[in-house]
Design a protein around this ligand. Structure first.
Ligand code: SF4
Length: 260
C-alpha cells in the first residue's frame, strides 16, 4: 500500500513539518489517513488507506497541507480542550492555563503545571517564579512576548503538588500539539517533572542538565525550575549555563549581564 503512495521529499524542513504533523495526528489517536487517488490514476477516484506509521517511515504525506496556520491550530487545540474534565485536576481549578506567547516563537519554555497565581489569572508563570522566568528570558536577550510558555498539565494540582503520571499522560497530548503547531527551534524544559514528562525518562536533573536532548526532532535543554531557583539561588549560575546553550543555538546576542 505504501509503495505506490510513496513520494520522496528531499527537503529536510518539509520532512520535519511532515513528521510533526504525523505526530500531531497520532497524539489525537488518528492512526489511519486517507488519500484521494489522482483523477488519471488507476482505481478511479476512490480513497486508499495508509497508516501514519507508514507515512512516517516513508517520510511522505502528500495529502496533507504542510502549511500550518499556527494561530488557527492553537485556537483549535484550545477549543478541543474545551471545559475539560478529562482528568481529576479539573475539580480544583479556577481557569485552564493554556499557554501564552508568540505562536511563531523559536524558543519555548515548558513547566510542569500552574500554581495559585496562574490558576487565578489563567496564564502560566505569572507569580514569583514567573517574574524570575521573565528575568531569565530577558537575560537571554529576548522578551516574554517573543517566546511561548506552556505547561505539561493545564490545571492546577491541589496544594501545588507534582502532577500524577496519569494526569500528565492525559493532558500532555495538548502540549504536544502546541509544540507541533509552533515548531520552536529550542525547548527549555523547566524542572525535573517537565523534563521527565517530555523525554519519558526517569533520570535526576543532575544527569539531564547541561546537554542537548531531542523531543520529536526539536532540540531540548533542561534547566532548573524558577521556583527551585527561588528556594536555592545558588543554582542560578548553573541555570544560566543551560540558558547560554540555548542562546548559542538560537544565535541570541549575549546580554550585558546575566541572572546570577
Ligand atoms: S489538566 Fe488537562 S486533561 Fe486534566 S482536566 Fe485540566 S485540561 Fe483536562
Amino acid at each position: 500500500m505504501a509503495d505506490d503512495f510513496k513520494t520522496n521529499f528531499a527537503d529536510p524542513q518539509l520532512q520535519k513539518e511532515l513528521a510533526a504533523r504525523l505526530q500531531y495526528y497520532r497524539d489525537m489517536g488518528i492512526y489511519d489517513l486517507y488519500r484521494r487517488k489522482s483523477a488519471g490514476g488507476a482505481g478511479g477516484d476512490g480513497l486508499s488507506a495508509v497508516s501514519t506509521e507508514e507515512c512516517r517511515d516513508s517520510a511522505v504525506l502528500p495529502v496533507l497541507n504542510t502549511t500550518i496556520d499556527v494561530e488557527a491550530e492553537l485556537r483549535a487545540i484550545r477549543e478541543d480542550i474545551g471545559d475539560c474534565t478529562r482528568c481529576g485536576l479539573h475539580k480544583g481549578r479556577k481557569n485552564i492555563v493554556f499557554g501564552v506567547g508568540n505562536p511563531h516563537a523559536e524558543l519555548m519554555f515548558v513547566g510542569e503545571g500552574p500554581g495559585a497565581d496562574e490558576d487565578a489569572k489563567g496564564e502560566p508563570f505569572v507569580g514569583r517564579a514567573g517574574q524570575l522566568l521573565n528575568k531569565m528570558i530577558e537575560a537571554m536577550g529576548v522578551q516574554r512576548a517573543d517566546v511561548y510558555i506552556a505547561n505539561v498539565v493545564k490545571c492546577r494540582p491541589p496544594d501545588n503538588r507534582t502532577p500524577e503520571r496519569d494526569e500528565m499522560e492525559t493532558c500532555s497530548p495538548f502540549l504536544y500539539r502546541q509544540i507541533a503547531a509552533i515548531q520552536p527551534k529550542v525547548i527549555v524544559a523547566l524542572g525535573a517533572t517537565a523534563t521527565k514528562a517530555l523525554l519519558n525518562v526517569n533520570e535526576p536533573m543532575s544527569a539531564l542538565r547541561g546537554r542537548w536532548h531531542a523531543f520529536r526532532g526539536t532540540k531540548l535543554i533542561a534547566t532548573y525550575h524558577p521556583a527551585y531557583l527561588l528556594r536555592d539561588p545558588r543554582q542560578k549560575g548553573e541555570a544560566w549555563k543551560d540558558l547560554q546553550m540555548a542562546m548559542k543555538e538560537l544565535a541570541l546576542e549575549p546580554p550585558p549581564k546575566n541572572i546570577a
